[in-house]
Write a new protein. Structure first.
Length: 96
């Protein structure tokens, strides 16, 4: 006995397929817009932090002596302005 199989094929109108595709693209677009807004917020946060660090480093380099010790680490020491207007690394030099 031969069995016959029947297949049913469903056809969706092209407009339904297009509508589903458009909805998927809109959903992806919304997700990307959220990611973009989060990235922009993070960029602003990092830019503000960078400005603060730059300000501190500028202050250190303008108002402190920088030197490397035997352990090869960079240190910032206080600048001493002597009565004659010269700048020194220590108070002892100014007091001479």
């Amino acid at each position: 006995m031969k069995s016959t199989r029947q297949f049913s094929i469903c056809f969706f109108p092209a407009s339904d397929i297009a509508k589903a595709g458009i909805e998927e693209l809109q959903s992806q677009n919304e997700e990307l817009a959220i990611q973009l807004a989060n990235a922009e917020s993070k960029r602003r946060e990092l830019a503000a932090e960078n400005g603060q660090v730059l300000h501190l480093l500028t202050d250190i380099s303008e108002n402190h002596n920088e030197y490397i010790n035997q352990d090869e680490y960079l240190y910032a020491g206080e600048k001493f302005v002597c009565n004659d207007g010269s700048v020194s690394k220590s108070k002892k030099v100014c007091q001479k």
